[in-house]
Design a binder for this molecule. Structure first.
Ligand code: ATP
Ligand code: MG
Length: 183
């Protein structure tokens, strides 16, 4: 199971549909300050179910929608589509019927977010669990934000434990246990 393409439409500075092809091996993104490198990483986090505006450097969730520029009007929605190559058939059950899994998240002004998996409507939780079961997700330690290394060095033991749990791939189980305890 491997991310193969990220498509952004109206997401932050990526107003026109933009494809980032993710080949096998290492992908580097380079460019001048403010060109949108961090926005790409945020798009990846967002499509995996990130729900904290602060993690997207915004005040509200709708701040990810293209806000307009001197020559272009603001957009009404933002959409990110993540293609996952599933030829190895290692996607978690429920998402494992196809060679390719396509996850789409769209946010519309005054409406909110909607998710699709292979064109089927799904809940945010389904998408979050898919990535948690695949040992990745919006909070994966594999996604390193700017400034995060110094945060890690200064982190309290409790926050370090959360990072270790993500790395061990058990955070999906943790959430299920919490839900079972509530029932
Ligand atoms: P650096 O090298 O400084 O880290 P970067 O390549 O990571 O820069 P980003 O932080 O990804 O750059 O992009 C910042 C740009 O995105 C800014 O120009 C900002 O105005 C623009 N931007 C962020 N949110 C929106 C939005 N909702 N609508 C339009 N533009 C936006
Ligand atoms: Mg940056």
């Amino acid at each position: 199971m491997r991310f193969s393409r990220l498509r952004l439409t109206g997401f932050k500075s990526f107003v026109d549909p933009t494809d980032l092809i993710i080949s096998e091996g290492l992908t580097g993104v380079v460019g001048p300050n403010g060109c949108g490198k961090s926005n790409l990483l945020e798009a990846l986090r967002w499509v995996m179910g990130e729900n904290r505006p602060t993690a997207m450097r915004g005040g509200g969730m709708e701040d990810v929608i293209f806000a307009g520029a001197s020559t272009r009007p603001a957009r009404n929605f933002a959409e990110v589509c993540l293609h996952i190559d599933n030829h190895d058939r290692l996607a978690p059950p429920g998402f494992n019927d196809e060679d390719q899994v396509e996850i789409v998240r769209r946010i519309t002004r005054d409406v909110g977010s909607a998710y699709k998996a292979n064109a089927r409507d799904v809940r945010a939780r389904d998408v979050q669990m898919l990535f948690a079961d695949a040992s990745t997700g919006a909070h994966s330690p594999a996604l390193v934000r700017q400034g995060q290394i110094s945060e890690l060095i200064n982190a309290k033991p409790k926050s370090r434990r959360r990072i270790l749990e993500e790395a061990a791939g058990i955070s999906g189980l943790y959430q299920r246990r919490h839900e079972a305890e509530l029932k």
